[in-house]
Each structure stands twice: as C-alpha cells, then as structure tokens.
Design a binder for this molecule. Structure first.
Ligand code: ARG
Length: 464
C-alpha cells in the first residue's frame, strides 16, 4: 500500500517495503481487542462532544458507524486490506468507509499510543475476571474432596522420603492454599490495571483539555494516570500479569508432579481418570498422565513469556517504542495457556480416583519414630535427648530385623528407663495424626478448620 494512504503517511513519498509491512502487521494478534477498541472510541467521541470538538450529528454518526463496525467483526464480514496495520487502523478505516468525514475527527488528540494501552487494560480486566472464577472452581474442587476424603491417611514426604503420616486432605489443601494466595494476588493486580492512560496522546498529553476523569468513569477505570509519558510506555501491568501466570503455573506444576508420582504403579495412591490420560501406541498396558505432564511442561513456557517480555522492556528509551507491540502476544498467550492448564487441572483433580487402602498400606511404623521422641518429651525428656533415644530405638529394631512395635518393653528399657508399657499405645497412625491439633496441623479438627476457612473465602468472593 502506498504510504500516503496510511494514517501516518502525509510526509511519505515511497511505498513501505512489503517485508516491513509483514513484520509490522499485528492485526492477527490484536484483532482480539476489537470490542475494547470500539468501546474506547465510543467513549472518546462522547468526551470530544463534551468539549465541542464534535457536533451532535457527528457524534451520532460516529456511534452508528462504530456499531456497524462491531457488527462486521461479529459477523466476520470484514475484508482486510494489505495496509491494515493493526486493529486500530482497521477500525478507523472501516468507520471512515461507513460515515466519511466525521470519522476523521474522532482521533483528535488521541494517538494509538494511548489507545492501545487503554484497549489492553480493558481486555485484561475481563480476562482476569474469568481467571478469577476458574481459580475459585479449582479451590472448590480441593475443598470438596478434602471434606469427603477426610479420613484417608497417607505418608507425608520430605526429600521425597517417607516422613510422617498425614491426612490426604491435608495434602490436598496444601495445594489449595497456594491457589488461594494466587487468587489474592490476582485481585491485587486490579488497582494497577485500573489506571486510565487515555488522554495521554502520543506522549505529551491532550491539548484540548479532554475530561479524563469522566472518561475514566465511563470506561470503568478507578483513576487516571498522572504522567502522559509514563502512561504510554507503562507495561508493568502486563509484566505483573505474566508473573502472576508464571507463579500460578508453577503451583499447578508442583501439584501435577505430586500426582504423577502418586499415580505410578510404585505408589498407586491415585489413578488418573481415563478422560485425562492417554495410552501408548506401542505398549498396550500404558496409562500415561499426559494431562499433568502438559501442565508441568507448559508452566515452563509461561515463565518464558515473562522473561521474554522483560527482556523486551529492558533498555527501552522513554515512552512508546514499537518494541512494545509484542506485549499483546505475550499477554494473550499466557492467558490462553494458563486458562487451558487450569481447566485441565480442575478436570483431572475432580475425576481423580483415590485409593485409600494403598495410601494406608504405604504407612510404616518407622514413620512414627518422631512419635517415640514426643512420647519421651511428654515424660519430661528434653527434645534433643529424646530424639537421640528414639534414634536408638530405630537402630535396635533394625539390628533385630523387627519393627519398633515388636520390640519388648525390656528392649525399650535397655535404651531408657523412662519407657513404660504405654509406649505401645503410640503405634497407631490415627492417634499420630490427631496429635497435630494446632492451627495448620494435620488432625481432623485442624483440617476441618482449613476447609471451613476456604469455603468461607470462596463464598465471600462468590457473593461479592
Ligand atoms: N499496533 C501498535 C502497538 O500495538 C499500536 C501503537 C502504534 N503506535 C505507533 N506510534 N506506531 O504497539
């Protein structure tokens, strides 16, 4: 397309290279914001009318024209042209085709620099709303399972080695709390996304004293930006969103990793439903946890979106530079990817089959060695000494090739006189977990407390 016909073509004499046109064109990506772009234009037209830069007829004509453009997007009837650079230029061209001259007045004092970042904030605001409700669904799956599977005991791990018995529900909720923190963090991004950049022009501001406060109200923003140069170059809200997606992705990945391990034949604590597994084209017996592996793998590429865009921002001179155009690609990709990951995580978790017998069977008495130390502490022994004595009980049982409950009282007495016959009461996994009644512990009442807290948290959000 001859540059003369471009929005910015007044001073150009020769054509834009098709090579540059190709690289410069962002339409396939930013067309996703057509509705936000039209909304911004509608409100901007109202603001221009208020300061007498549009007549009532021109305003009406712009509104009718913009509505027609919206219909064209919705009905997929737009014929794109070679020179269509981005969603803003397409909307402007179409409006001009529909209504002629008044379209040329719409952009007075407005630049694509303040327009694009306004569109992005509008788009991100509704995307974050959808993510918020997915996060809620996820937390609710955890709390529902935790409530119905409260009695299941299993080994808890540190270093992936058997550590202490815990409730399965305690493990479930350990992940739910991460997602609760993620949801809190997502909400905390909103105020920074809700600062209106429109009215900043290309970089210096708006020369017609457009009512930005009113514009902000009309577009649902809380406040307006206070420095036009900062406003057109600020993409921190994108970076924060990308970081949020990355962190939530990491939490999903760690959940996935646990479940992949728990679903192996060696563990067999859970089985991933067929609907979230795949088989092997060669080995007929295979039942692979692809859903969880994809989540684990894709969480890495989410971090890539964040670091990639951080590198774009690093070293940019003040205000708008075309480097910024890739912002939308990162934002959309991260949003879409995380949305799919959340949906799959919700589905896989909801349909997961728990095998309570296998969980219990994996418990072994050596996991109660700490309880031997606690037994001694309750009889007045200092913990470090008690730990040492309990260690001797472990090694005596290993020497004798029997489990600790099989040692006789005399065996115990050879280690310490403090042991009495009530030592045999500790060999009970249920009693063991029930010791942890502290807030945050794995006893039934502590886990119920967590469930109630998270249920209330979800209800409050649902009702707000
Ligand atoms: N498509 C551009 C972007 O997304 C719009 C802003 C263009 N501004 C400019 N000064 N060339 O970044």
């Amino acid at each position: 397309m001859n540059s003369k016909h471009k929005l910015w073509g007044g001073r150009f004499t020769s054509e834009t290279s098709s090579l540059l046109e190709h690289l410069n064109c962002s339409l396939n990506i930013d067309r996703r914001m057509y509705a936000e772009d039209i909304l911004g234009s509608q409100k901007y037209a109202n603001a221009l009318y208020k300061i007498n830069l549009l007549t009532e007829d021109e305003l009406q004509s712009i509104h009718v024209g913009l509505e027609t453009v919206r219909q064209q997007w919705e009905n997929d009837t737009i014929e794109f042209q070679n020179g269509d650079e981005d969603v803003h230029t397409v909307n402007e061209r179409l409006l001009k085709e529909h209504i002629g001259k008044p379209a040329m007045k719409l952009h007075v004092g407005r630049s694509r620099n303040d327009q694009v970042v306004t569109d992005m904030k509008l788009w991100l605001r509704s995307a974050m709303q959808k993510l918020e409700s997915l996060m809620l669904d996820l937390i609710q799956v955890f709390t529902e399972r935790a409530a119905s599977e409260l009695d299941v005991l299993m080994p808890g791990y540190t270093h992936l080695q058997r550590a202490q018995p815990i409730r399965w529900s305690h493990w479930l909720l350990s992940h739910a709390w991460n997602f609760k923190a993620d949801l809190d963090r997502l909400k905390s991004l909103k105020p920074r996304c809700n600062i209106l950049p429109l009215g900043s022009g290309a970089l210096a501001g708006n020369p017609f004293n457009i009512d930005r406060i009113h514009l902000a109200k009309e577009l649902g923003f809380d406040i307006v930006s206070q420095n036009s140069m900062q406003a057109v170059s600020d993409r921190d809200f994108v970076l924060e969103f990308l970081f949020w997606c990355s962190l939530t992705g990491l939490h999903l990945s760690r959940l996935a990793e646990d479940l992949i391990i728990y679903s192996t034949k060696e563990f067999s604590f859970v089985s991933i439903d067929d609907s979230f597994s795949t088989g092997s084209s060669l080995m007929p017996q295979k039942h692979n946890p692809d859903s969880l592996e994809l989540i684990r793998g894709l969480s890495g590429t989410l971090c890539g979106e964040l670091t990639g865009f951080m590198m774009t921002i690093k070293g940019l001179p003040t205000t708008y530079n075309k480097d910024l155009q890739s912002d939308k690609e990162h934002m959309f990709k991260a949003n879409d990817r995380l949305t799919s990951m959340l949906n799959v995580a919700i589905g896989a978790l909801r349909t997961l089959q728990l095998k309570p017998k296998n969980c219990k069977a994996a418990l072994s008495y050596d996991m109660l060695a700490t309880d031997v130390a606690y037994y001694l502490v309750r009889k007045g022994v200092a913990f470090r000494e008690a730990h040492h004595l309990a260690g001797q009980v472990v090694s005596l049982s290993e020497e004798k090739h029997i489990s600790m409950p099989e040692l006789t009282i005399n065996d115990y007495k050879t280690i310490s006189d403090i042991f009495e016959s009530d030592i045999f009461n500790i060999w009970n996994y249920e009693n063991s977990v029930e010791q942890y009644k502290v807030i945050g512990g794995t006893s039934k009442q502590s886990v119920i407390r967590q469930i109630k807290f998270l249920e209330q948290y979800c209800n409050n959000i649902n009702n707000s």
